[in-house]
Design a protein around this ligand. Structure first.
Ligand SMILES: [Zn+2]
Length: 338
């Protein structure tokens, strides 16, 4: 995919190339907690699944972790109570959502080689009964379709054209509709996309090596990696009734506890935008026994803030088009780039 070069990217490259990032870094322009969020590591180009899930190539991730390990205090969720008490320093938490196997194959060895920890939020049913998640299935149905558009009159006012060959815009539009649905409508929506694309449903056999196994989770935990809850089935929590939300939140933590003998300290909200969880969701996360929960709409926790909401800690996405200049700028001047 070719991304148009943005003004922020130009600024990031200028700051980096002129050495300004180095000077600003040394002047300690911020203090607080920066939480970075990744999903997949690898090469998306041959995949029929959702390309937006890939955050970095192994080479880019290696460069990013090297930079973090040299310049910042990389912490784990267990360190956060001390971090928030200290109100000093620049702390970074490296997080991954969903539990994709490439996290074990590519991210884990890189993190280990630099002696830093990553935190992996697992949607536990993906490990227990490997299946294709809704975002990857929607992408697969669109990319497998011989049609040139999709007509979903019950769900969308307009026909959605397929921007072949990569279909990224069509997939984005369909995912946006999915995220806006009530939890009781999502199964019907997937069925409608399957029929209209004439692709059928994505077979679970394609999920055979998509997710980590619990053996991998235990090996990573034994090597200093942390794990957190991310629900059982990865629904948009705000679309569910209270009892369903509670079961999704609590049972993912219990499932992880069964494997690594420790109920997780942290949780991350699926999708994570400000409409993906409510105040009630935050209370349920707290009631379930988690001490922290992470959202996903950018920003960082500055020690200049009077207080922090431990159940809505912001995270910054790292994406395939995040250049090393941009990455260093996010960490140097989060006030502008995070
Ligand atoms: Zn997720």
């Amino acid at each position: 995919m070719n991304y148009p070069i943005s003004k922020k990217e130009i600024l990031a490259q200028t700051l980096d190339k002129t050495g300004a990032n180095r000077i600003i870094h040394c002047s300690r322009s911020w203090s607080g907690l920066m939480v970075l969020n990744y999903h997949r590591i690898g090469d998306h180009r041959q995949s029929l699944f959702d390309w937006n899930l890939w955050s970095a190539t192994p080479e880019a991730f290696d460069q990013q972790v090297q930079y973090l390990s040299k310049n910042f205090d990389v912490v784990t969720p267990n360190d956060l109570s001390d971090v928030f008490k200290s109100r000093r320093g620049r702390h970074v938490l490296i997080t991954f959502d969903d539990g994709y196997r490439d996290n074990y194959e590519f991210a884990f060895p890189i993190l280990k080689s630099y002696g830093v920890s990553g935190t992996f939020f697992l949607a536990t049913s993906f490990l227990d009964q490997p299946s294709i998640p809704w975002w990857d299935e929607i992408a697969w149905m669109v990319r497998n379709s011989e049609n040139n558009s999709i007509d979903l009159s019950q769900w969308s006012h307009e026909k959605i054209p397929f921007d072949k060959p990569d279909c990224s815009k069509a997939i984005y539009q369909l995912l946006k509709i999915y995220k806006s649905l009530n939890g009781s409508q999502t199964a019907d929506f997937l069925e409608a996309v399957s029929q209209q694309t004439k692709s059928g449903r994505c077979p679970d056999s394609l999920a055979g090596d998509l997710w980590m196994t619990w053996d991998m989770v235990r090996e990573m935990a034994e090597n200093g990696m942390s794990f957190g809850g991310h629900t059982v089935n990865h629904p948009v929590l705000s679309s569910l009734e209270e009892d369903q939300q509670e079961a999704e939140i609590l049972n993912s933590g219990k499932r992880i506890e069964k494997e690594i003998s420790k109920f997780p300290v942290a949780f991350s909200y699926p999708v994570g935008g400000d409409s993906a969880f409510t105040e009630m969701t935050q209370k349920l996360v707290q009631k379930s026994g988690y001490q922290y929960a992470f959202s996903y709409y950018g920003g960082y926790s500055s020690f200049k803030q009077a207080e922090f909401n431990p159940y809505d800690l912001p995270r910054v996405p790292v994406e395939m088009d995040t250049s090393l200049s941009r990455f260093r700028s996010i960490l140097t001047l989060p006030q502008i780039f995070a």
